[in-house]
Design a protein around this ligand. Structure first.
Ligand code: 8X3
Length: 250
């Protein structure tokens, strides 16, 4: 909680309307941050912001004007969590649906660049900032039918490294939190175009996939280390998942 001695720090979380984003907004608010909840679905983020004493800003990270409007409302930002992202489809490279691949690149990669670029003045203004990019184990491992998503998440990993190099010497650290199998309400459902049965099959027999709160906890930990400590990368998976193809199911 903020006191007169510890001025309120501001965090911006994109994709805050559900899943890891909403859980991260709650976790950072519990750490005393004033959280700007950014997402497209206004009603959801307004409810969340009211719950955590934060602020809702409707924002589509794939839209320049929308991101500029977000930045205009955040003069100082201590923590930026680039969480907005998602997967669509499981098409092989030889059958790639380029529209879906373009959507994934725009959302996961260019969305991150757009928001980071727009908020860098506010991050600099804070004098001590952290950028947390939500990557994925899909940014570490290839798997069949995952090409569009794994390519985008590999880009998130490389962009995090690039930003860390480019911002070296400034009081801004760049961290990537890369989750594996996380059971959220929407990730798999969106990927399979609303097919609940296929979405459920992803987690079938897996003893305790991660939940959004597990990842939020990791993000919150990364963001609250002493300023000089940069957690470059944190890969987090359920115990049952040893690798993309090695998931213990009962
Ligand atoms: C989600 C991980 O394995 O579904 O970011 O690609 S996976």
């Amino acid at each position: 909680m903020s006191t007169d001695q510890t001025p309120t720090r501001t965090a911006v979380v994109t994709g805050a309307s559900s899943g890891i984003g909403a859980a991260t907004a709650r976790a950072l608010a519990a750490q005393g941050f004033h959280v700007v909840c950014a997402a497209r679905r206004t009603e959801r983020i307004e409810e969340l912001a009211a719950e955590i004493g934060g602020r809702a800003v409707t924002c589509d990270v794939t839209d320049d004007a929308s991101v500029a409007a977000l930045a205009a409302q955040v003069p100082t930002c201590h923590v930026l969590v680039n969480n907005a992202g998602g997967a669509v489809g499981t098409d092989r490279v030889d059958e790639a649906d380029l529209e879906g691949w373009r959507w994934m690149y725009d959302l996961n990669v260019l969305g991150l660049v757009r928001v980071t670029r727009a908020l860098l003045p506010a991050l600099r203004e804070s004098g001590d900032a952290t950028i947390v990019n939500v990557g994925s184990t899909a940014g570490r491992w290839a798997y069949e039918g995952g090409g569009g998503y794994t390519a985008a998440k590999h880009a998130v990993k490389v962009l995090s490294e690039t930003l860390r190099l480019e911002l070296n010497g400034e009081p801004i650290r760049v961290c990537e939190v890369a989750p594996g199998m996380v059971r959220t309400d929407e990730f798999a459902l969106v990927r399979f175009g609303g097919d609940q049965e296929r979405a459920d099959a992803v987690y079938a027999g897996v003893d305790q996939p991660l939940v959004a709160e597990d990842v939020a906890d990791a993000i919150s930990w990364v963001a609250t280390r002493p300023s000089h400590v940069d957690i470059d990368e944190l890969v987090i998976k359920p115990r049952a998942q040893a690798a993309a193809h090695k998931v213990h199911r009962t």
